[in-house]
Write a new protein. Structure first.
Length: 260
């Protein structure tokens, strides 16, 4: 079955997340609608991560498998075909040939997200950042972010799916803070991500920056279960799936069937 790797960017503001849902506009749903127009036979299209409603992607990965082709098509033809049909806020960056057994989600070994906080009111990017009016101590935010690196139990920073067993232990490879003009960017790379994990981390980092939470208090959230972070969940507007890693792309360990 012909298989391609799709590299995708999208602004998630108008969508109820990546994963297809009944009676809701989703990114996967828009891609599948375009694929139905492009291919007359059965196809499979899955993404590497299920971004939530309002969350964006700078570099989402998906695989496309098509049962039968009436004619040979090139990756560039597939890219242009999708982009001619997709709405303005979803764009296929690149299409490449992939092995028949390539799976965008199962073969991923790590994901990387970036969260953008704006320190001023922005007329052009309201839906793309989290504007925090309070003054933030960026050095304190960066110091707290550094505590995330390593293996930790993120039970305090996630929302578990009812009736589903899942480990809340996550290996964080990178967590840092960058000042980008009037914005503060928090970047995190990990083996996998739990539901609402990044947004709850950012919410508590903001409390550290405001001076409402000490570094010791932040570290305690990594050691002891607490429902406090749920009350400070950052909005989805500032969150971006930045990159998905596969073997040979900067991550050594291989894990299968890990859901972000």
């Amino acid at each position: 079955m012909p298989t391609w790797k799709l590299e995708i960017e999208y602004e998630g503001t108008r969508y109820r997340g990546w994963q297809i849902q009944h009676n809701a506009k989703t990114v996967q749903g828009e891609l599948q609608g375009a694929a139905r127009e492009l291919f007359s036979s059965r196809f499979e299209l899955f993404g590497a991560g299920r971004t939530d409603a309002g969350v964006h992607a700078l570099h989402q990965i998906a695989h496309l498998k098509v049962a039968e082709l009436k004619a040979n098509v090139t990756p560039r033809q597939i890219q242009h075909g999708f982009n001619d049909l997709l709405p303005h806020d979803i764009n296929i960056l690149k299409v490449t040939n992939a092995s028949d057994d390539f799976h965008a989600r199962h073969d991923a070994v790590a994901r990387q997200y970036v969260y953008k906080i704006s320190r001023r009111r922005d007329a052009f990017a309201k839906s793309l950042v989290w504007w925090i009016k309070d003054e933030l101590n960026a050095d304190a935010v960066a110091e707290a972010a550094g505590l995330l690196v390593g293996r930790h139990d993120f039970r305090s920073f996630c929302e578990l799916e009812e009736g589903k067993r899942q480990s809340t232990v996550v290996d964080v490879e990178l967590a840092d803070v960058l000042i980008a003009g009037d914005q503060i960017w928090f970047r995190i790379k990990a083996s996998h991500f739990l539901w609402k994990m990044v947004r709850r981390i950012v919410g508590m980092l903001a409390e550290v920056g405001r001076g409402n939470l000490t570094l010791d208090g932040f570290e305690r959230l990594l050691k002891f279960e607490s429902n406090v972070p749920a009350k400070f969940t950052a909005p989805p507007s500032g969150l971006y799936l930045e990159k998905v890693f596969y073997n040979g792309e900067g991550t050594q360990k291989r894990r299968r069937d890990r859901r972000p």
